[in-house]
Write a protein that binds this ligand. Structure first.
Ligand code: ATP
Length: 474
């Protein structure tokens, strides 16, 4: 096991109360809603509301920027969710993409063995052991009924392609985006004329029929992944792995995640997936424990070899510099857009006492915040003030998400914006009509600065740029 050197054993996790607060704030303010709520909901699917979709898009954009925009060696891809069924045979998913399931003999509830109280730390070998439930005396956590021995439960969703519902027409909803990148390795490499090492990055929906979903958007049955596959010469894979791992850890820190709530955890040899040579998770200290945010894997040449064998297509790479032909190794960085968005939300949640009142804010990085700026009138009864607000907001909207709100007094308007993480507020008052200046308020410091109307966009952009420079330097 490895842990990050900066790991602070006393790091305080966000509390379970924080989790409940985030779930209710998400619903109330429009970040995340339970899916199909008017029908009583559907387990393990969540919908992103007006603010949530902005946050998640910003998370995805931030990832895309660091993976593709700022690099010369990674290209993007958007493969289909449905793929040829043999893809999943070759990848090993049909045979072994499963979790250990136990069933209660009295209430018939099903559980993932490694999520039962007392079984969380079982090794991968123990989880496959038929006698483990009896040996440990594990009982149903709901009604204390007897539990079955574990059996492997395949997590892939199946459906049928075409108008006939028969075995031959079964297709799967992809459980990961990675395979779309592997089967397009040649297409992407040759069309973009990239030389090794080079990567393919994808963001998209994946589906897993999780046995015990839960903890809000942490574990869902429909979710979004952000995965990058880096194709390298075999002898370079180990070094590339060690380069990608700290880079990925740094990404979360750069966007503001509390460093002491992040750590690295290496998979034990018996925990490694069938394809992996080495795997390290970037973990976050959620209220429900240290859990994976992202997995960085050295997958060897397993994937391209298997797809070569199964498809009959030669997926070797020809290196013009050395005249060698070989199957590249793959270093993968596999993250979740929902888990990342959730982490940014819960980690940025702040409560503080200000003048005898509790001020709630989300200290989101400005690039992640749903709205960058709110334009607020001090007196909504004065039409000239409202007019100026709209003129400023309309101009800002051309470059960033900006919003106008006049449905409360200014103190309450600020608190509302703080609570959804808006980094800047612009307030127009009576003086603005005389001196052509407005107040720019900062969410985190609550400092206010008087700025001429024509300089307001620049001032906000400069502050956003400064926050970005902190990323580059961080
Ligand atoms: P876990 O151990 O939590 O089940 P995993 O090791 O199966 O995760 P990977 O297959 O490595 O996860 O998937 C890459 C990333 O996709 C994960 O780090 C996570 O951020 C995200 N992810 C995986 N499963 C889910 C899910 N059910 N809901 C939300 N995000 C998920």
């Amino acid at each position: 096991m490895t842990t990050s050197p900066e790991l602070d054993p006393n790091a305080v996790a966000p509390s379970m109360a924080n989790l409940e607060t985030i779930v209710s704030l998400s619903k109330r303010r429009g970040f995340v809603f339970p899916s199909s709520e008017i029908y009583g909901g559907i387990n393990a699917v969540w919908d992103y509301g007006p603010l949530g979709v902005e946050l998640k898009n910003n998370v995805k954009r931030a990832w895309w920027k660091s993976m593709i925009q700022e690099r010369d060696d990674v290209v993007g891809l958007d493969a289909g969710i449905l793929m040829h069924p043999n893809v999943w045979v070759a990848s090993g998913h049909v045979g072994s993409f499963s979790d250990p399931l136990v069933e209660c003999g009295s209430c018939r509830r099903r559980f993932r063995l490694d999520e039962l109280p007392g079984a969380e730390d079982l090794s991968a070998t123990e989880l496959r052991d038929d006698t483990i439930v009896a040996r440990m005396g594990l009982r149903c956590p709901v009604d204390q009924g007897p539990l079955s021995a574990p059996r492997r439960f395949n997590l892939m969703f199946k459906t049928y392609m075409g108008p006939v519902e028969e075995e031959a027409n079964i297709v799967y909803l992809r459980p990961e985006t990675a395979q779309g990148s592997y089967v397009n390795f040649k297409n992407a490499q040759q069309s973009s004329r990239k030389k090794l090492p080079f990567g393919i990055a994808q963001i998209g929906k994946s589906f897993r029929n999780e046995i015990s979903p839960g903890n809000f958007v942490f574990r869902m049955r429909e979710f979004e992944q952000m995965e990058m596959q880096y194709f390298v010469r075999p002898e370079e894979a180990a070094d590339q792995f060690e380069t990608w791992l700290p880079r990925r850890l740094a990404w979360y820190k750069a966007y503001g995640v509390t460093p002491s709530r992040l750590r690295l955890r290496e998979h034990a040899p018996d925990e490694l997936a069938h394809y992996a040579k080495k795997a390290v998770d970037v973990e976050y200290r959620f209220p429900f424990g240290w859990k994976e945010l992202e997995g960085v894997h050295n997958r060897g040449n397993f994937d391209l070899s298997r797809h070569s064998e199964m498809s009959g297509e030669n997926l070797e790479y020809f290196d013009p510099a050395t005249n060698e032909k070989f199957i590249p190794f793959i270093v993968e960085a596999a993250a979740g857009a929902d888990r990342a968005a959730f982490t940014f939300l819960i980690d940025s949640y702040r409560e503080e006492e200000v003048r005898g009142e509790t001020r709630v804010s989300l200290a989101l990085h400005p690039d992640l915040a749903p709205y960058k700026v709110a334009v607020l009138p001090l007196l909504k009864k004065r039409p000239e003030i409202v007019q100026l607000c709209h003129a400023i907001k309309d101009d800002l909207k051309r470059d960033m998400m900006a919003v106008y709100d006049d449905t409360a007094a200014i103190g309450k308007l600020y608190r509302r914006q703080d609570e959804i993480g808006t980094p800047f507020c612009v307030t127009v008052d009576v003086d603005s009509l005389e001196d052509g200046a407005v107040t720019l308020r900062d969410r985190d410091t609550m400092t206010q600065e008087r700025i001429p109307v024509e300089g307001i966009k620049r001032a906000i952009q400069d502050r956003m740029e400064a926050a970005r420079r902190a990323i580059a330097g961080g």
